[in-house]
Design a binder for this molecule. Structure first.
Ligand code: IPE
Ligand code: IPE
Ligand code: MG
Length: 241
């Protein structure tokens, strides 16, 4: 049970893994697994709104996922477009702000225009921020951030010797201005980060569950939040400050 006094994470990141295994176990195609995964996103958004969470980042497609068969990639992006088309009005009315983290480089103009219109339509909403990480990889994000930062410094004629601060760099991350990740959840039994929010999760609490993403629901989220509530976060200091 989540008590009203319990400390909630400001920013939850989710590696939504296991759609393929879920589908295989039911004799379905991988794309049907991704469709069931999209229904789990609906549930997660609903519960997050009920609980009054501030921000969730969802790993939907990584820079490494381009290695998958083109048919699977196509089905994931078709689902993304369908997801935005069918949900945008409803979630916008509920106060959800949509953000995108990731490179725009290999995304089709159709996908980009859907994402951009979702961001624009929901830009004033603040009840819950849902950050879709699409074509996202932390290493690419950091390389992009460093190159944008050095370009900006060159334009402003800032001497190369002037040290770069973390604050300065963070302005160039795709996730800016979201706060750092407090709780990172990965489903489907894997215990790795797969290039997700490496900088932002520097002090995140890591919650791993065997539940496959399409089966992830209220019970699992509450279990993760309860577990998070019992952690002592020290950020390198001592327990009692
Ligand atoms: C996660 O599920 C969704 C994406 C990576 C797009 P997977 O497709 O990785 O599912 P498994 O790991 O094969 O079960
Ligand atoms: C991570 O899952 C990416 C997403 C959930 C979008 P993967 O299934 O691609 O990760 P690996 O390949 O098992 O590390
Ligand atoms: Mg996987």
């Amino acid at each position: 049970m989540i008590s009203s006094k319990q400390k909630l994470p400001r920013h939850i990141a989710v590696i939504m893994d296991g759609n393929g295994r879920w589908a295989t176990s039911k004799g379905l195609s991988r794309s049907e697994g991704h469709r069931a995964g999209a229904d789990s996103i609906d549930r997660l958004m609903e519960i997050s709104l009920e609980l009054g969470l501030e921000a969730i980042s969802l790993y939907a497609f990584s820079t490494e996922n381009w290695k998958r068969p083109v048919t699977e990639i196509r089905s994931i992006f078709n689902l993304l477009v369908e997801f935005i088309d069918s949900r945008l009005e409803g979630i916008s009315k509920k106060g959800v702000r949509i953000l995108h983290s990731g490179s725009r480089k290999r995304l089709s103009s159709k996908v980009l225009s859907k994402i951009d219109s979702a961001i624009e339509i929901t830009q004033k909403n603040r009840k819950l921020t849902v950050n879709f990480c699409v074509n996202y990889g932390s290493q690419e994000e950091l390389l992009n951030a460093f190159s944008k930062l050095s370009e900006e410094r060159r334009k402003k004629k800032i001497p190369i010797q002037k040290p770069i601060s973390t604050k300065e760099l963070e302005k160039y991350l795709y996730t800016y201005p979201l706060p750092p990740v407090d709780l990172l959840i990965r489903t489907a039994g894997e215990r790795r980060l797969s290039n997700f929010l490496l900088w932002q999760s520097a002090y995140a609490e890591l919650f791993f569950t065997d539940t496959l993403w399409p089966d992830f629901g209220e019970k699992d989220l509450k279990e993760a939040l309860d577990w998070y509530g019992r952690r002592t976060r020290k950020f390198g200091g001592l327990e009692n400050g």
